[in-house]
Design a protein around this ligand. Sequence first.
Ligand SMILES: [Cu+2]
Length: 243
Amino acid sequence: MLSFLSISIFLLLLLDINKGHAAHDARRLRLPSHPRRRSLNDSAPFPVTGIPSGASGPVPQRLEIRQLQKNTYQWNLYLLAMAQYQSMNQSTMTSYYQIAGIHGRPFVPWDNVPFAPGRKGGYCTHSSTLFPTWHRPYVALFEQVLYGIVQDIASSFGNQSGYVTAAVSFRAPYWDWLLPPSAGQDSMPACISSPAMVQVNTPNGTLMISNPLYRYRFSPLSSAQFPDHPVEPILLDSITVQS
Ligand SMILES: [Cu+2]
């Protein structure tokens, strides 16, 4: 479980300070708009349910990220969904930006829930025995939203494409850092650590997009959210922040 938590949180927190590219990629992808979007001024509490388990059959297992990479359909859906997730308007409550922000910066309330007394910002119970427990619903929420996007994208390929079937058992991958890497490979999989563009298959053909597992591009970037490490606009293309 800790492995899964770590990779998920790692993916959530690897933030790259760039502007505009994610939205640009989303336009190029021409994927369906995400119907589960929700604005911050929606007053009803957002239910964290995790992924629906389905009516029958075994519960699908989460895969180590290099295993998921071998599943052509699910890997493609994962890349497309992460790109779409990150391209959502940062003011949308279920955007990658807002959900990543539950853990840390930006220190703004999520779903109208105030911070605990004495906490300056962020909800994570770091340095506490509640730490692992806190992350379970948090990661479930991340995966729940990602899963919804995966289903939408799979539908856009059509029922005969193989994507719809593959999407049903999709789960967010984890990183097993104890797994001996293949010869010439690092412990951290290249699919995460490489800034190189990645090829994806879309209903409109293949495209090269920014690797959504490598970084998140702020759109817009608010320097006020990084008071300890002020951001100079001139450095926008060269700084990666990992908190
Ligand atoms: Cu945490």
